[in-house]
Write a protein that binds this ligand. Structure first.
Ligand SMILES: Nc1ncnc2c1ncn2[C@@H]1O[C@H](COP(=O)(O)OP(=O)(O)OP(=O)(O)O)[C@@H](O)[C@H]1O
Length: 505
């Protein structure tokens, strides 16, 4: 009984709590929230700068960011707060006046910045590399790709971690009291502790604890909810047709309406003695290729023979080592890559659609951001291209709620919207379920018939035979044989092509 009385006097002195409650709200809660908010906002700014420095290619940016992070994450918070608050007290007084409050915010921000920087960095680096590649293929500069596509996706992913950091700042704000805050600047802990000294029991401190929990527990649940939403959002199953038959008919109807579309600005490509290496690995060893305006060229060959690399040289997603590349007679290697990519579009194996944009927004992005078209005009073009690929009715769907085949058709519409002279297709059906392949191939065949210049890396031999004007067989970084499909498939000259065809047909 004695123990119980003792404990209840210590913790549950209701009068002491009631007495401190107004100050707890008007002074403590207010200041704790100011400290936590201000240090989180400043920490986000510092963190974003650190993250961008941290992923930079320059060691002059990367190394200082690393050092900063190591120091401020490695030191106990109280050490940093005292070193900053007391070490810079004189400067702080000159700049901010007598109160140590701003220096407290600064110290908390410097600590938070180190953690937030790591959160942002890992978020940005977790974004699929294909997103940046697609941005660049749509003629965005590295900076635009980062700003418009990669960073927003990375930041959205780390929202739960940022809320966690805010919770950490709420708690760490209690350490600022070590700097000797003025009475009106005390945060929750200090208000509770001062009153505990007066009453001689812990009840005011217990109330302070309750205040912290009132702030942090709902936030913890918010973090869990956001986390769950993000995870479930990713897993959400396609909610629309995935039947290959339906997709083909979706496209057939579109083709009937797309007849009125003007023909393409068909460009030509000339490649002479193209070489390319990844470090020591020679991947292209003197490739020659001629692509006539409005023709379909299919590139076939064994895995690792350099097909994708050749394609990537044509829009300079990788830089050739040597050789001559001409687009309509213009020297590709002398062009600004962003200019080149307006003229040479690309579609990827894994679609690389921007997942947080709708189908329409995916298609509109480059016309608005790169070509600078007014929104209404870009929307009209984007809707027309979506109609071409049979997806006008899916304009408001995000990629996650479209089938693979539909996503790939949106990607084709996205490339078409830039009105390129040539489109490169890099194994665009390889990631699709077999039943969805036909819809995409039919669309590509239709584009070929309508005069689009297309260079297609493919394992679909039936498509190559049916649609290609020329088939190019590559092996070990060289073009071994090139010619019309009937010659390549029915009368192969080289033993290597014969062996390859024997394996794949
Ligand atoms: N980014 C890279 N860094 C280093 N090596 C690479 C890179 N990309 C490709 N390679 C290598 O270059 C060679 C040619 O690759 P490439 O992707 O062009 O071949 P491919 O004919 O398209 O093959 P696949 O049909 O398997 O895609 C391969 O040996 C591959 O491992």
């Amino acid at each position: 009984m004695n123990w119980f009385d003792n404990l209840s006097r210590s913790f549950f002195d209701w009068d002491a709590m009631a007495e401190v409650l107004p100050a707890m709200i008007t002074v403590g809660l207010k200041n704790t929230l100011i400290l936590a908010f201000a240090s989180t906002v400043l920490g986000i700014i510092i963190g974003m700068i650190l993250a961008i420095m941290g992923i930079s290619r320059s060691p002059w940016l990367r190394i200082p960011a690393r050092l900063y992070t190591d120091v401020f994450r490695g030191l106990p918070a109280i050490v940093t707060i005292l070193l900053i608050g007391q070490g810079f007290a004189r400067i702080g007084r000159d700049i901010f006046g007598p109160s140590p409050f701003p220096l407290g915010i600064l110290a908390l921000s410097l600590i938070a910045g180190a953690y937030i920087g790591e959160i942002f960095r890992s978020g940005i680096q977790s974004v699929d590399r294909g997103q940046m590649e697609a941005s660049r293929a749509l003629s965005m500069s590295y900076g635009q790709g980062m700003r418009l596509i990669v960073v927003p996706q990375g930041v959205r992913r780390v929202l739960p971690a940022l809320v966690n950091q805010f919770i950490g700042n709420v708690k760490d704000s209690s350490l600022v009291y070590f700097l000797g805050l003025l009475a009106s600047e005390r945060e929750i802990f200090r208000v509770g502790q001062d009153q505990a000294v007066v009453t001689g029991n812990l009840s005011p401190l217990l109330l302070a604890g309750v205040f912290y929990l009132v702030i942090t527990v709902p936030l913890t649940h918010l973090v869990n909810a956001i986390d769950m939403r993000l995870r479930l959002g990713k897993k959400r199953a396609p909610t629309v047709v995935t039947s290959g038959l339906e997709e083909v008919s979706e496209l057939d109807q579109a083709n009937r309406t797309a007849q009125a579309v003007p023909s393409f600005k068909a460009g030509s490509i000339e490649v002479r003695d193209l070489t390319m290496a990844y470090g020591e690995l020679q991947v292209l060893k003197g490739v020659d290729l001629t692509v006539r305006p409005g023709s379909v060229t299919c590139i076939i060959g064994p895995s690792g023979s350099g097909k994708s690399t050749l394609l990537r040289c044509l829009n300079r997603l990788v830089e050739p080592k040597g050789g001559t590349l001409l687009l309509d007679g213009d020297n590709i290697l002398a062009m600004k890559p962003e200019k080149l990519r307006r003229r040479v579009g690309m579609v990827f194996q894994h679609f690389n659609l921007f997942p947080d944009h709708t189908a329409l927004e995916n298609v509109m992005l480059s016309p608005t951001k790169i070509k600078g078209l007014p929104r209404a005009e870009a929307e009209r073009i984007a809707m027309a291209r979506l109609a071409d690929v049979g997806l006008a009715s899916r304009q408001h769907h995000r990629p996650g709620s479209l089938s693979g085949g539909q996503q790939q058709r949106v990607a084709i519409a996205r490339a078409l919207a830039m009105e390129p002279e040539v489109i490169l297709f890099d194994e665009v059906t390889s990631a699709l379920d077999p039943e969805l392949v036909k819809g995409v191939l039919n669309l590509m065949a239709d584009l070929g018939t309508r005069g689009m210049t297309m260079v297609v890396v493919t394992h679909e031999m039936g498509f190559a035979r049916r649609v290609a004007d020329q088939v190019v067989f590559m092996d070990e970084g060289r073009v071994v044989e090139a010619g019309p499909p009937d010659v390549i498939f029915d009368n192969p000259q080289s033993p290597r092509l014969r062996r390859f065809l024997a394996e794949v047909l």
